[in-house]
Design a protein around this ligand. Structure first.
Ligand SMILES: *Cc1c(COP(=O)(O)O)cnc(C)c1O
Length: 462
């Protein structure tokens, strides 16, 4: 079969191979990369009784073929999933009658982002090593992404990583997961400002062309195609475990997780419905009921990783329902950026109907779900997972197939919310039990582009 090429959702950037699409992340026309066609899943995968890493290698191979040798890829996949606490990587457990949870949080930083980032750090390192290059990965975090990216990049030879977080505005567990990593290529900066200030600083560094080239800046944020690719695997995994058509309920922020499910469906996975679950920040719920994208303010909630108004990966779904007309997608999103609102073409909106529903839970409903699960089955769940489970229950009667809820974080990552719902404070898992004793390392810097750039040059170039 011919090697896949990657095309931009805005239709005017050059096509790239896998490795270039991964290292570039954002296409030159502002779009996101997608494969030029969807490879079909091999039906034999469903009867083969493969372990997670073996399934991952088989599902992802068509996407990377031509960029890496098969044995090297197999070794990287196996090392990535060897860092998980359970052999199964992503265990499937039943919660209610025909509602299941797929536990995606057994990786090093206790949230589902490890599944993609553990792979991505190693793929970056391999490719850069082959090219004899180094990069500086720069990112801003409001919590989970920073620690997952740091764990993925620590001790990698070809990578330095710098993560900016807003000083005093991330939880202590989240901060310590970043600042106690003892590796010479990891650099944390506490910015004396908000998360938006951090994000603006990162954008400004990328826009400073001299700095960007001198430091070879790169990014591993959720628009990177390789992250979506890695997430396709667990949708297939859940289906092989259940062995029948199914639906997925997904607590959603940037839409990267649930879009990976749509990719799996387009590859032939029998998915009946996607239930897109939001917290009070409900632009997606409104979108799936009206076909209109309309921005509003971001409200802080108990599920902070979903406190997002502009879900960047939605662009990938729009590209598919506009039948891959990049110019039409670019026009729609330009209007959305300019006006804060845009309506889908009605014939495209009707293509969504069958497979997509959206719903939202506020904080009180989220706490009630957490309390109920603890009362009925003595199980603690995190607030993001609770939003997914509450959404699944609302659609239980309307959907024929079993519903699998994506359990995206370990309850120990959000101890305050869990305690206020259940009265029980979850303990950190063994691998992190001494987190509060480990020494921290980070710099504190004002919201000042030049000060941050000077600091980065100094710590990396010495
Ligand atoms: C990032 C994150 C989400 C949202 O995932 P998206 O891919 O951005 O939709 C949900 N739950 C948790 C715990 C997360 O860390």
């Amino acid at each position: 079969m011919a090697e896949l090429r990657y095309v931009s959702t805005r239709g005017s950037a050059p096509e790239l191979g896998f490795a270039d699409a991964m290292l570039t992340a954002l296409a030159a026309d502002g779009g996101l990369y997608l494969p030029d066609h969807w490879p079909a899943l091999d039906p034999a995968l469903f009867d083969a009784g493969l372990g997670y890493a073996e399934l991952a290698e088989a599902v992802m191979w068509p996407f990377v073929e031509g960029s890496i040798e098969r044995p090297a890829f197999a070794a990287i996949v196996s090392a990535a999933y060897g860092t998980f606490d359970v052999d199964d990587v992503a265990p499937l457990v039943e919660v209610d009658d025909d509602i299941w949870m797929l536990e995606l949080f057994h990786g090093p930083t206790l949230a589902f982002k490890d599944i993609a980032l553990q792979l991505l750090g190693r793929l970056f390192d391999h490719e850069l090593g082959a090219r004899g290059q180094r990069v500086t990965i720069v990112g801003a975090t409001s919590g989970d992404t920073g620690s997952a990216a740091i764990e993925a990049c620590r001790d990698r030879e070809a990578i330095d990583i710098v993560i900016l977080h807003p000083a005093g505005r991330v939880s202590e567990v989240q901060r310590r997961q970043m600042t106690t990593v003892d590796a010479s290529n990891v650099h944390n900066v506490a910015v004396d400002g908000t998360f938006d200030d951090c994000q603006d600083l990162v954008k400004a560094m990328f826009a400073d062309e001299l700095f960007r080239k001198r430091m070879r800046l790169s990014a591993v944020n959720s628009i990177n195609w390789a992250r979506v690719m890695a997430q396709i695997v667990y949708y297939v995994w859940g289906a092989t475990k259940l062995g029948r058509p199914l639906s997925y309920a997904v607590p959603t922020g940037n839409f990267g997780n649930v879009f990976a499910g749509e990719a799996a469906r387009r590859m032939g996975l029998p998915v009946e419905r996607f239930v897109v679950a939001s917290n009070r920040n409900d632009i997606l719920t409104r979108f799936f009921s009206s076909g209109c994208l309309e921005i509003s303010d971001v409200h802080p909630t108990l599920s902070p990783s979903m406190d997002i108004q502009v879900s960047s990966n939605l662009e990938r779904l729009l590209f598919e329902i506009y039948e891959r007309d990049g110019a039409a997608v670019a026009e729609l999103l330009t209007a959305f950026r300019a006006n804060g609102a845009a309506a889908l073409d009605p014939s495209c909106f009707s293509r969504l109907d069958e497979h997509w529903v959206g719903t939202r839970l506020d904080d009180e409903e989220t706490l009630a779900v957490m309390a109920g699960v603890y009362r009925d089955s003595n199980t603690l769940i995190d607030p993001h997972t609770a939003v997914g489970l509450g959404a699944a229950r609302r659609f239980r009667a309307a959907i024929e197939s079993p519903i699998v809820v994506m359990a995206t974080a370990d309850p120990a990552k959000f101890p305050d919310a869990v305690e206020s719902a259940t009265g029980v404070r979850p303990a950190l898992p063994k691998r992190m039990a001494d987190l509060h004793e480990r020494p921290e390392r980070y710099a504190e810097i004002a919201v000042d582009l030049h000060a941050v750039e000077r600091h980065i040059e100094k710590v990396i170039r010495g």
